[in-house]
Design a protein around this ligand. Structure first.
Ligand SMILES: C[S@@+](CC[C@H](N)C(=O)[O-])C[C@H]1O[C@@H](n2cnc3c(N)ncnc32)[C@H](O)[C@@H]1O
Length: 398
């Protein structure tokens, strides 16, 4: 599976619509710089976490001797966590190794200046740790329950909308924006649909490239996703639980399947109108600065008669970021806008319980009360430039 690099990729928040436009050469340079910054984060993981473990040791050794004696297994536990961290580091290095030539249309040659491995920001280290947990969600047996709660309803709906017994599903084009590590898109492709995942984060893209293109045997690799969680553990061993991946062989798609991933901002990559039969968004729409931009784009790129299937919460990603535009709408407001744009509501469930990269043994858990909806861009459209962007087509008022 090839990955195409599209637009410059920003991991850190950029000013909405305010990011200065550069020359193409400058854009390419910034993108290369960003690429190596994320590679650096993968390389810095061991040093970063080693510092964390050293701090634990220092704090422990500062305790009164009697307390240290009462906790006689504590340093052994840290040694065990360090061993798990080394295994994580090995996997991260394999990912780095696999990704310098991953893009079909962009080479990221190592430039000496960019190569220097220095400290990464806490922001990038946190991103890396959550990306490690994303392997559990998408590519492990442990993540099955989570996938069943949020990918399965979307997949079922695709099969209802485009039944394999009634049509050639290889001609049904499905787009999954914000595809994460690609499992949902992969599952859809494995059912014979033509499916493309789109992702913006290099953290995710490096890891999806690795799992989709380099892993050929079930459960051939091991990660320790929970070692970074020092709080809310009931058993000490819970922190050191191993998770193997991938639970399926990602290379097992039929030879004639049509599956791809694109890299770049969904809003910038997908501008061709009337292209997709289905857009499937899972835990995605709240990543927008302005969710109305996503709605406009989905309307524009869907073929007349096409459907948008969505499942997820509304945890607005930019809500608390300084200098970032963030429009936080209720589901009621989003639904009203979708209908005003001309979509027709076909199905809706307002309470689908789901988790996201959950540590099932943790004493702290988040449960999302998600909305699921299916809306259709009507097949028969009338031209109306008042309500839709750029004179696009709008459905007749009913
Ligand atoms: C909460 S995660 C959900 C990932 C996946 N759909 C899942 O359910 O596991 C949201 C994803 O959307 C990606 N994303 C955010 N903004 C994006 C954009 N403008 N274009 C493409 N992907 C984007 C993020 O990098 C992240 O991987």
């Amino acid at each position: 599976m090839g990955t195409e690099s599209a637009e410059p990729n920003q991991e850190e928040p950029c000013f909405y619509r305010g990011r200065p436009k550069h020359s193409p050469e400058e854009e390419a340079r910034l993108e290369r710089q960003h690429f190596w910054k994320i590679i650096n984060a993968f390389r810095y993981y061991r040093t970063h976490f080693e510092e964390r473990l050293k701090r634990c040791e220092r704090h422990f050794l500062s305790l009164p001797r009697r307390h240290q004696q009462l906790l006689s297994g504590f340093l052994d536990k840290l040694a065990e966590i360090r061993r798990c961290m080394e295994c994580n580091h090995e996997v991260l290095q394999a990912i780095v190794h696999s990704c310098t030539h991953m893009f079909e249309n962009m080479e990221y040659d190592e430039d000496e200046n960019m190569r220097r491995a220095g400290p990464s920001s806490t922001f990038d280290m946190d991103k890396l740790k959550s990306t490690i947990k994303q392997f559990v969600r998408d590519w492990s047996e442990t993540g099955k329950g989570e996938r069943d709660s949020c990918y399965a309803p979307i997949i079922r709906e695709i099969q209802i909308q485009f039944p394999p017994e009634k049509r050639d599903v290889s001609e049904v084009k499905v787009l999954v924006p914000g595809a994460g590590l690609g499992r949902l898109a992969w599952e859809i492709a494995s059912l014979g649909y033509s499916c493309q995942g789109n992702e913006w984060s290099f953290f995710m893209l490096f890891c999806s490239n690795f799992v989709l293109n380099r892993c050929e045997k079930e459960n051939c690799l091991t990660l320790y996703p929970w070692i970074h969680q020092f709080s809310n553990n009931k058993l000490s061993g819970d922190q050191m639980r191993a998770v193997t991946f991938p639970d399926v062989n990602p290379q097992s798609l039929p030879l004639d399947s049509d599956f791809s991933m694109t890299a770049g901002d969904f809003l910038e990559v997908y501008t061709d109108p009337n292209t997709w039969d289905c857009v499937a968004t899972c835990f995605f729409i709240d990543t927008a600065h302005n969710v109305l931009d996503y709605i406009d784009t989905i309307w524009n790129i869907l073929k007349p008669g096409g459907v948008w299937i969505n499942l997820g919460p509304l945890l607005y990603h930019f809500e608390n970021m300084a200098n970032e535009l963030s429009i936080e709408l209720s589901y009621e407001e989003i639904k009203g806008t979708i209908l005003k744009c001309g979509f027709q509501l076909e199905a809706e469930r307002e309470s689908v319980l789901s988790t996201y990269t959950e540590n099932e043994r943790s004493m702290l858990k988040y449960l999302y009360d998600c909305v699921f909806f299916v809306v259709r861009k009507p097949a028969a459209l009338i031209s109306n430039s008042q309500n839709c962007k750029g004179g696009e087509l709008k459905a007749p008022m009913t």
